[in-house]
Structures are given as structure tokens and as C-alpha cells.
Design a protein around this ligand. Structure first.
Ligand SMILES: O=C(O)CCC(=O)C(=O)O
Ligand SMILES: [Fe+2]
Length: 414
């Protein structure tokens, strides 16, 4: 246990390869993106697995290639009609493993946040110069993703925005969570934004359960909200309804994409492979517990960035994993809360969690450690995605244990 002190938290907890994905390397060649890479035996086995796309269709595409625009995805069940009926909300969360509420967050607040975030991304070169930042028109030459140092540089500018952290404290949202759980709730300090370039689909967030990343308790609730309208083609979130009923953390394996961990529903007889998603509108929120299986759809838009919020909430008094006390991607490039708060004009939401003294749990590193070992093995077998992953670690953190292993393995392959 670590003392819940400002000093500890503002200096951050080093997280190994980090909560969330690794670092720099650039895009895979097109032939790799098309799934024709010379994969390892594990990867080839995975590719041959038939994936049920719902409506009886089967797909043999690898995980990040599933759900193109022609696939059939069912519509999320919307719960606005029962928003005041706490028992029914609880029943639906128990049945579906998610709640979907339209317009739960304030539209104007989100649109103002969108402008601020995208203005910083434009200043960082991510948007076509001369375009209106709110349109989010991406500069293809600036493509990067979580783990790339170029990504973290801009992301951490965005991360300093007061408005970005304030939105996690929306009373309307927390009120719903408190009714569902029947107790007081708080946002975990580590808020997350996902900034997704178009046609960068090999880095799409893979199928996973949030527990492997955010830990704490299975009761924690993730709230995912687009910052701006997010039609399917922009790559919003999709969930497998009822999948939380597996009631355990499933085995995850190495993957590219946010988090670097992927679970294969076809390998678990108690998980079906039907997906729910929607054309999200600004203000909509998808709420789900830590065991619900979900993924992002690929951003197949011509030129638009997808921008979204991805925050976690817990009961006040429940334990929290230590890395959730730190700014996101702080392990990839140092960022303290004092840095984040530097230009804020209010301290209302600064270090707000400290008064609660939630027990702190050490980070469980076995999920990412195992994925790293898999990436090493796959790299040895010629897998280019795994190679890209190791290259990122080697560039980001060459003197770390994993950086050293990555450098050594990379020196043995072309
Ligand atoms: O928005 C995304 O692409 C990923 C969201 C997600 O599943 C997560 O952050 O855990
Ligand atoms: Fe997730």
C-alpha cells in the first residue's frame, strides 16, 4: 500500500509499459494492414477462427479487421425512457451489462471542450491547417497513436485542459451512477481521452474487458462519451450484451491498439459474439462495468479524427489501483498533476480524491507482462504487428528491462 499523499501522487507511479498501449513506430505497411502479414503460428491460428458477426454471419478476419461498415451490428438498447426508474436501470445493467443514455452530458459543455481539444491538436499539427478545428479534419501525415511519443506530446497538452477534467464531475452523470449503485460515487483521477486518426485501423482498440487495464473492483463503471457526434464510421464503442455475466477476467493476449490486450470471444463457450453499437450523438453516454466485453469500431471515415471521453467511476471507499491515481500516459512521458493544474482557474476539482482515502492496490502487471512475452515470441516468428509494438517500447524506453529485451529481439529480425 502506498500512502495517499499529494507528494506520492503528483510525482506519479511508474507503470512499466504503461496503462494503455505502447509507443512510436509509424504505420504498418498496407500489405500488413490487409491481413497478409507473415504471422506467427498463434496469429495464423487466431486468423482462422470463425467470428460470429451476429445475424448468423461468420467472419474469418483478424480482430482489428472485423465490423467493416457492411457488417450487421444491432442497435444499443436506449434507456432514456426509464431514466428516472432506478430499479429498471439496475435491472437493465444486470441483464445487458451496459446502460445507454442519450443526451446525459451537457451538449454545449462538450462542444466547447471539443473546440479547445481540437485547437490544441491543430496547433500540434494533427489537423489540416486553415480548417475549422471543430471539424476535426486530420492531417494524414501526422498519424500517430497511443504509445507514440508524437501522440503523447499533443495528448498531454490536451490533458492539461481544465474543461476536460471538469466534465468527469458532471452531476447528471454521477447522479445516475449513484442511483444505480445506491451509494456515493467518484470519478477515478485518471481520466482518458481517445483521439483516433482515420484509416489507422490496425490500431483500433481491440476486444477486451476494462478490468485488465483499470483494475480496482469489478463494480467500477466505465463511461464512454463521444466529444462530438460519432456515427458508426467514425469508430465508436461496441459491446457484447450480457458478456459481464462471465463473471471473471478472461484470458487476454497481445494486440496492437489501445491497451495492447485482446480477448477472443470465440474461445469462450459462455460468450456469444453479437455486438451492440449505435450512431452516437454528442452528449450520449455508454455505461458498463469492468467485465463487459467491448471494443472500438475502426475509424473508416475519409479524414475525421474521432475524439471521445473514457472515464471510470468507483464507489467512494472502494479500493483503487495505484496507477489510476496518475495522469494517463504519464509512464510514457512524465506528467504530474501539478503540471496538469498549472493553468487552471479553479481548484475545485484538483486532488479531489485525496479526502476519500480509498485503499490503494498495487497495479497487477501480469496481463501486460504476458502480452509482452507474446509479442517477443511473435516477433521472433516474423509477426510485423508484434515487431511494431516492440519497436515502440525500444524507442520510448530503451533502458528499461522491456526496452532492453525489445532491442535484443529486434536485432535478430529484419
Ligand atoms: O475509445 C476507445 O477506442 C477505447 C475505449 C475503451 O474501451 C477503453 O478505454 O477501455
Ligand atoms: Fe475499454
Amino acid at each position: 500500500m502506498q500512502p495517499n499523499t499529494k507528494a506520492t501522487q503528483s510525482h506519479g507511479v511508474r507503470q512499466g509499459t504503461g496503462n494503455g498501449p505502447p509507443t512510436t513506430g509509424g504505420a504498418l505497411p498496407e500489405f500488413a494492414i490487409a491481413g497478409k502479414i507473415n504471422g506467427s503460428s498463434r496469429y495464423r491460428r487466431m486468423s482462422r477462427v470463425k467470428h460470429n458477426t451476429g445475424f448468423g454471419l461468420r467472419s474469418s478476419r483478424p480482430p482489428d479487421q472485423q465490423h467493416s461498415m457492411s457488417d450487421c451490428l444491432r442497435e444499443l438498447r436506449q434507456s432514456n425512457d426509464v431514466q428516472r426508474d432506478t430499479a429498471e436501470l439496475q435491472r437493465r445493467l444486470e441483464e445487458d451489462g451496459y446502460l445507454f443514455l442519450r443526451g446525459l452530458l451537457d451538449r454545449e459543455q462538450l462542444l466547447s471542450l471539443r473546440r479547445q481539444m481540437l485547437a490544441l491538436m491543430q496547433a500540434g499539427g494533427w489537423l489540416v491547417q486553415g480548417t475549422d478545428p471543430v471539424d476535426g479534419i486530420a492531417n494524414p501525415d501526422a498519424r500517430s497513436t497511443e504509445g507514440d511519443t508524437a501522440y503523447t506530446d499533443v495528448y498531454h497538452q490536451v490533458y492539461r485542459l481544465q474543461a476536460f477534467h471538469e466534465i468527469a464531475h458532471s452531476r447528471g452523470l454521477i447522479g445516475v451512477l449513484e442511483r444505480i449503485r445506491g451509494c456515493t460515487m467518484m470519478p477515478q483521477p485518471q481520466n482518458v481521452a481517445r483521439l483516433w486518426f482515420p484509416k489507422f485501423t490496425e490500431h483500433t482498440t481491440p476486444i477486451h474487458q476494462d478490468f485488465v487495464h483499470f483494475q480496482g473492483t469489478h463494480d467500477n463503471l466505465t463511461c464512454w462519451s463521444p466529444i462530438g457526434d460519432c456515427p458508426r464510421e467514425l469508430g465508436g464503442l461496441a459491446v457484447i450484451p450480457g458478456s459481464h455475466k462471465v463473471d471473471r477476467v478472461l484470458e487476454h493476449h497481445f494486440s496492437l491498439g489501445a491497451g495492447s490486450l485482446h480477448v477472443d470471444p470465440a474461445k469462450h463457450s459462455d460468450v456469444h459474439d453479437e455486438w451492440h453499437t449505435t450512431d452516437y450523438k454528442v452528449g450520449d453516454t455508454l455505461i458498463f462495468p469492468a467485465l463487459t466485453i467491448h471494443k472500438a469500431l475502426p475509424n473508416l471515415s475519409e479524414n475525421r479524427l474521432r475524439v471521445s471521453l473514457d472515464n471510470r467511476y468507483q464507489r467512494i471507499g472502494d479500493p483503487i489501483a495505484e496507477h489510476m491515481l496518475n495522469p494517463h500516459l504519464g509512464s510514457m512521458s512524465p506528467l504530474t498533476w501539478d503540471d496538469v493544474y498549472e493553468n487552471w482557474d479553479s481548484d475545485e476539482f484538483q486532488y479531489y480524491w485525496m479526502k476519500h482515502n480509498n485503499p490503494i492496490l498495487p497495479k497487477i502487471t501480469e496481463y501486460l507482462d504476458k502480452a509482452f512475452d507474446e509479442a517477443v515470441e511473435m516477433t521472433r516468428n516474423g509477426d510485423q504487428k508484434a515487431q511494431l509494438h516492440l519497436r515502440r517500447i525500444a524507442i520510448r524506453d530503451p533502458s528499461s528491462d522491456q526496452g532492453q529485451v525489445a532491442l535484443k529481439v529486434l536485432s535478430t529480425v529484419k
